[in-house]
Structures are given as structure tokens and as C-alpha cells.
Design a protein around this ligand. Structure first.
Ligand SMILES: [Zn+2]
Length: 343
């Protein structure tokens, strides 16, 4: 009896020779760039390596069952393959929404012609379990590869090439209005909610002011009331500042640091970006949480965006993880290029 842990049927593909290798290597290199070695990402890396080996052996890409992926993942847990994979798929199922934009940017910069994404296909035929495969995607047409492709560390021109490495998940209380891949589309009831938020902030400020005025009228009678109303005003002021500042900055500058309370707990610092929809295509404006990064052209470590602070007011700047004081770069969200700003 033959063992049937992996279905050997070829996954559908109609790409030119070499494209599949390129696609798998691109996603593999992208994982290395992300360096986020949690269990699901480790599984994807092992999966890519297994399929790359198949291609090296002149075999085609294949479908994987939960059992086969369980073997690749080598988990040290007591769970059935299906249970274990369901956990991993919570992350890998959202891989495209989270990283496709970043992968496209990464592929373009490094000179890859394609990239691949993990996909799940539910039961081909009745009674069959779900199967998983790597879907090869060729770079969108018309996308030219940058001239300095293949360079990563010590780019000759010293420019920084940013990518949107992750579209970041919002906090649980925002998930009803934010779509992971699109963000908050300012259209219909979502737009009304956004305006409602501003009205709420405005109403709260007025209430604070009213309480303060009432309190100060009583101040003549009791000195304690004066202190109390002053502290009420301070608290209301702080809440309004925290609630309104990020959005005011967003509208003014199109991009700003996202308040960490608005992001999912597992997320690292990210930016909040306002994307103008093309009116001729009937697109609405939208707000998304995103994390831009780039390899540092001076030392090869990662450059992340931070607010410029007093040194670079009203700007987002890229600061290198390893040398945040000296390896500092501008950030242009349109061209995704940066230049050194410390001379
Ligand atoms: Zn650096």
C-alpha cells in the first residue's frame, strides 16, 4: 500500500520556464527580509524550500495536505495536523492581504519577475479535505524593474528604497470598520462614522469646557472646586489631544505614526496613511495601517519610519535600527525613495 501524505497532482500553472523558481525565491528572500520567524512564517519557509527542491528535481509544484505541511513544520505540540494547521492558517491565510503589496515592491527592487503566495483550496471533489499550494503570480504588467535591482547592501547611489512590508491589522474594536487589505474606505456609513468621530471629539471638548465654566463659577464659594474644574479641563484636553492629533496629522501630512492602541496587540509600530482614491475611477479615499521599511544603504540593517520630532518637524524619517542617530533618511511616500538627511 502506498503512502498518500502528499497529493502528487501538479498544481495549475502556465508560466514561462524559470518563472516558478523566481517566484519561490522571491517570497523566500522576502521572508528573510521580514525576519519574522514565528511558527507560521517558519512553516512557509520550509514549504518554499520543499517546492524549490521539487523544481530543482525537474518536478512541478504540488498540492499539499494538512499532514504533509504538518511534517514540514515539525511542530513540537500535541495536536492533529488539521488542528495545528488551522492555527498556522490564521496567519498564512492573511499573508496576501498583509504582504502582497510589499512583495510586489520587493520583487521589483530585487529584479524578480514573479512572487508566490500560499493559498488554500477547499476540497477538490466531494469529501476531499482542503489542499494547499503556492500560487505563482507574475509582476503586474507595465511594472519596470529598477535599474539597481539585485543590490541590497551598500547601494552605490546611497538611496533608500522603501517598501510597504506589511499592511498592519487594526485593534479588535476597529475590525468592523477596517478591512485588513483595504483599510477604512471613506464611503457610505464608514464615512458617516468617521465624521461622527469628529463630532464626538468636538462634543466632548464642549462638554469639558462647559464643566470648567460651571466649576469656575463655584470657585468663589469653594476654592477646592476651582482645582477640580481645572483638573477636569486638563483630562478632557488630554483625551481630545490623543483622539484628534493623529487624525489631524494624517489629514495634514497624509502619513503619520499610528497610535499603538489602534493596532492589533501583536503588531509592532506602524504608520497610518491616507490614500486618495482616483475620482475618475469612482474610488473613495481610504485610511490604512501600514509598515514601511527598507534595507539601510549604509549598513544593511533595517530602516523603519519614525516621526521626525524636533529635529525634523512635520516629517516622517527613516531611522536605521542599528544606528538610529546617524543613519537617517528622508521618506517620500509617492516615489518610495529616501536620501540621507544627516550630513
Ligand atoms: Zn544603518
Amino acid at each position: 500500500m502506498t503512502e498518500t501524505i502528499g497529493n502528487q497532482a501538479a498544481a495549475p500553472t502556465a508560466e514561462p520556464a524559470g518563472t516558478e523558481q523566481d517566484a519561490l525565491r522571491c517570497t523566500q528572500a522576502f521572508l528573510g527580509y521580514l525576519s519574522k520567524w514565528t511558527q507560521p512564517y517558519k512553516l512557509l519557509a520550509a514549504w518554499l524550500a520543499a517546492d524549490l527542491q521539487r523544481l530543482d528535481e525537474k518536478k512541478s509544484l504540488t498540492y499539499y495536505t494538512a499532514e504533509r505541511l504538518f511534517q514540514l513544520g515539525e511542530p513540537r505540540v500535541k495536536a492533529t495536523p488539521t488542528q495545528w494547521l488551522a492555527q498556522q492558517w490564521k496567519v498564512l491565510g492573511g499573508f496576501a492581504a498583509e504582504h502582497e503589496a510589499g512583495l510586489i515592491g520587493f520583487a521589483r527592487q530585487k529584479g524578480f519577475s514573479a512572487y508566490c503566495l500560499p493559498v488554500k483550496e477547499t476540497g477538490r471533489g466531494a469529501g476531499n479535505p482542503s489542499e494547499y499550494r503556492l500560487q505563482v503570480k507574475v509582476l503586474p504588467a507595465g511594472e519596470t524593474v529598477l535599474p539597481d535591482a539585485q543590490t541590497s547592501v551598500g547601494m552605490a547611489d546611497g538611496r533608500v528604497h522603501y517598501i510597504a512590508e506589511s499592511i498592519v491589522r487594526p485593534a479588535w474594536f476597529l475590525r468592523g470598520v477596517f478591512r485588513h487589505d483595504m483599510g477604512l474606505v471613506l464611503q457610505g456609513w464608514r464615512k458617516a462614522l468617521f465624521i461622527g468621530y469628529w463630532l464626538g471629539v468636538g462634543g466632548f471638548s464642549l462638554l469639558g469646557l462647559l464643566l470648567f465654566l460651571l466649576g469656575s463659577q463655584q470657585a468663589a464659594v469653594s476654592p477646592g472646586a476651582w482645582l477640580q474644574s481645572l483638573s477636569t479641563l486638563a483630562i478632557v484636553g488630554l483625551v481630545v489631544w490623543l483622539a484628534a492629533r493623529p487624525l489631524i496629522r494624517l489629514i495634514d501630512w497624509r502619513i503619520t505614526s499610528a497610535p499603538s492602541a489602534w493596532l492589533a496587540l501583536s503588531e509592532e509600530p506602524a504608520q497610518m496613511e491616507l490614500i486618495r482614491g482616483r475620482k475618475d475611477l469612482g474610488e473613495a479615499n481610504r485610511i490604512r495601517f501600514v509598515r514601511y521599511s527598507a534595507p539601510c544603504p549604509l549598513c544593511g540593517n533595517k530602516v523603519y519610519l519614525r516621526e521626525g520630532g524636533r529635529q525634523f518637524p512635520n516629517r516622517m524619517v527613516g531611522r536605521c535600527e542599528e544606528n538610529p542617530a546617524e543613519h537617517v533618511f528622508s521618506f517620500d511616500r509617492v516615489s518610495l525613495l529616501g536620501f540621507t538627511v544627516t550630513q
